[in-house]
Design a protein around this ligand. Structure first.
Ligand code: FES
Length: 160
């Protein structure tokens, strides 16, 4: 039986996609369970992820600084960004680990610079760069509706 698209919070649906037509983007067999895949349409890069909850489609841009999440690692529903160790739950749209740079979470709560275990703590020298890090906000992911038709993954991309 084909996997189902994962459910995601309605408020996180990409604008303009509610009535958008679906478009075939990938053969289902090219996205086995536990894998990530990037598809590009025009100037838009879409992340497809086959999670235990089903298949999701989001922008292939980390909610922190836009790195391609498709180059990260998927562990259950959680994708790890390849750049600053941010981790995001694709089944809820929420960050589960703030990036090493710190900053504001989606609700505007500040998280200090974080150092991975085993590494020396990096001092945050006061100044404009530190202020920029402090005010950099991690956003929530945006989702595109997905359906599976005749062995193909289809996504409603909307106006872009
Ligand atoms: S760009 Fe992904 S954690 Fe920074």
């Amino acid at each position: 039986m084909d996997p189902q698209p994962a459910l995601f919070p309605e408020r996180l649906q990409a604008p303009g996609t509610a009535a958008a037509p679906f478009e075939a983007v990938l053969d289902l067999e090219l996205l086995p369970p536990g894998t990530l895949h990037r598809v590009t349409r025009g100037d838009r890069d879409i992340l497809l992820a086959h999670t235990p909850a089903g298949i999701v489609a989001t922008d292939d841009r980390c909610p922190h600084m836009s790195a391609p999440l498709s180059l990260g690692e998927l562990d259950g529903c959680v994708v790890a960004c390849p750049l600053h160790e941010g981790r995001f739950d694709l089944c809820t749209g929420d960050p589960v680990q703030m990036p090493t740079t710190g900053g504001l979470d989606p609700d505007g709560v500040y998280h200090p610079t974080w150092t991975p275990g085993g590494r020396e703590m990096k001092a945050d020298v006061p100044g404009r760069k530190a202020e920029a890090r402090r005010l950099t906000r991690v956003r929530r992911l945006r989702y595109y509706p997905v359906r599976i038709v005749a062995g193909r993954i289809e996504v409603a991309l909307g106006p872009g």
